[in-house]
Unconditional design. Sequence first.
Lengths: 198, 386
Amino acid sequence: MAAAEIDRLIRLLARLPGLGPRSAQRAALAMLRRPEVLMTPLAQALLECASRIGRCRVCGNLDSRDPCTICSDEGRDAALVCVVEEVEDLWAMERASSFRGRYHVLGGTLSALEEVGPDELGIGRLLARVAEDAVREVILGLGATVEGQTTAHYLAERLRPLGVTVTRLGQGVPIGGELNYLDEGTLDAALRARRPVG
Amino acid sequence: MTARLVPEPATPVAGEAAGAVSRLELAAFRNYRRLELAVTARPVVLFGPNGAGKTNLLEALSLLTPGRGLRRARLAELDHRGGGRFRLRARVETVDGPREVESWHDPENGRRVLAVDGAACRSSAELARLCAMVWLTPAMDRILVEGPAGRRRFLDRLTLALYPDHAARVTAFERAMRERAHLLRSRRPDPVWLDALERRMAQAAVAIAAARRDLVAGLEAELARGVEGFPSARLALAGEVEEALGRMSALEVEQWLAGRLAESRTADAEGGGAAHGTHRSDLLVFLRAGEVPAAACSTGQQKALLLAVLLAETRLRRARAGDWPVLLLDEVAAHLDAERRRALFEALVAMGAQCWLTGTDAELFRPLFGRAAVFHLNEATLREHG
Ligand SMILES: [Zn+2]
C-alpha cells in the first residue's frame, strides 16, 4: 500500500468538494509524478492563501486586504449594495462587469434544517451597515431556490423599516438556479431589469 | 447475465411518433449487468417469468423523467447487486429531433445525475420538457380505494407531463414546509422567517393547484369524448387551494393561504406538517355513468378507469406539446378481460404513442403480434419472439 504520507495527502484531498476518493488518488499521483511542476508551486500557493487571505470585515468577501479591494475602491458606489450568497456569486457579478456598487456576502442562506439562522449569516451586520453607511439601495442577488428566496424575503422585511430601497434581480433567473450558473449576458440583463421588492 | 440485442437497422422515427424512446442501454442496473435495446415507436411487449427483470426495465425508462421512478426507490437499490453504480443511456425522439438522455449514480456525491446530449441537466423541468412518461403498475392497484397519497402522486405525475415545472414546484413546496416545521419546533421561532417560508409555500401551492386544475379540466374534456371499449371516467379535484382558485385571483389565494398558515402555527408546531396546502389535496375519480365513486367499482373496472385516464392524458399531451408520452403498463393486460384487452391494444396502436407492456404469458398479447416488438425476457436476457 501507499506510504503514510501519500495516504494522508489523498485523505485530505478527498475532503475537498467535488473530489471523491478516486479523483483524490488521481490528483495525488499526478502531483507525485511531477512534483516540481504540480506539487511545490501548489504547496506554496496554499501557504500563501492560508496566511494572507481572509474575510473582509465589511462585506464578507475573500481578499488579501481588509477592507477588501472592492470596499476600498472609492470609485465604487458605497450607497448601492448587492447581497449575494457566496463569494462565487460575487465573482459572477464582477464578470458581468456592469455593476459599480459594493457587495455583501452572506456565506449561505437561511436554512432551519441545516441550523443556519439570521445570526449565523451575520444579518445584523448587514442591517448595521445599511443604517450607518447611508445605503440608498440594496439589491438582493440571491438564488431562485427555496432557501434563496426565503432569505430574500426575510432580508426585505428586515430592511424595510430602515427606509432603504430594496430591489431584486429581474427576469432570467431560473427556478432552482444559482447566480453562479448564469451566463454574463443573462446576469447583466437581470441586473438592469431589477425590480422593487413589494 | 449479459443481454445484448443487435437491433434491426434503426428505423427513422417520423415526427408522428415523437416522444418515443428508440434506444436504451442499461449498465449495472438492478438485475442487469448490461442491456442494449433498440426499438421503434410501436408498442413493446416484454413477457417472461416473475423476477426476469420486466419491471426493472420499465423502472429504468421511468428514470428518464424527473423523480425517483415508478418504484420510488432509493439510489442504492438501483445498483447491481454484484457491484458497480448504475448507468442509463437512452435516445429519445423529441419534437425537435433525437436527444440522448443519460442518468447515473454519481459515487462522488451519492446523487442521481441527469444529462441531455452530454451536458448536465440543471433543472428537472428541462428533462420533463423533453419527454413525458406515465405508468400503471400493480403497486397502484389500490390507489382508488386507499388514502389520497397514491392518487396525489398519480395526479402530480400526470400534471408533470403537461407542466414541466410541476415537479420542481412540488419539491419547493415540500422543502419550505419541512423548513417551517423544523423552525416551529425550535425554542423561539423568528416570526419574520416563518412569514418568509409561508410565503414560499403559498406561492408554490398556487402554482401547483393552478396546474392541477388546468390538467383536470383538459382531461375532463378528453374523457368526455370517450375511449372505445372503456368506461368513461369523471375526475374532480378536492383541495382547499384548488377550490379557492375557482373564486379568487392567484394573488388573492396566495395571500389567503399565507394567512391561514400563519394562523395554524401553534397547531402545526404540535402536530407537525401543515394544516393547509396542496399536500392535502385529492383526485376524485368516478364512473361517469351514474357518478359512481371509483372506490365502489369492481377491481377490474377501477383498472379500466385508470387506463381511460392514461389514454386521455396521452391525447392531451399530444394536443398540447405535439409529442406523445411514453406509457409504461406493468402487468396491466392480465387483469383485463379479453374484450377490454383488445380495446386497449387497438387504442394504443391507433394513437401511435409508444407503450411498454409486460406480462408473464405471451398469449395475452397475441392481438398485438405483428404490430408490436415482442421480446421474451428471462434472467435479464432479452430474446426477440417469433
Ligand atoms: Zn469588502
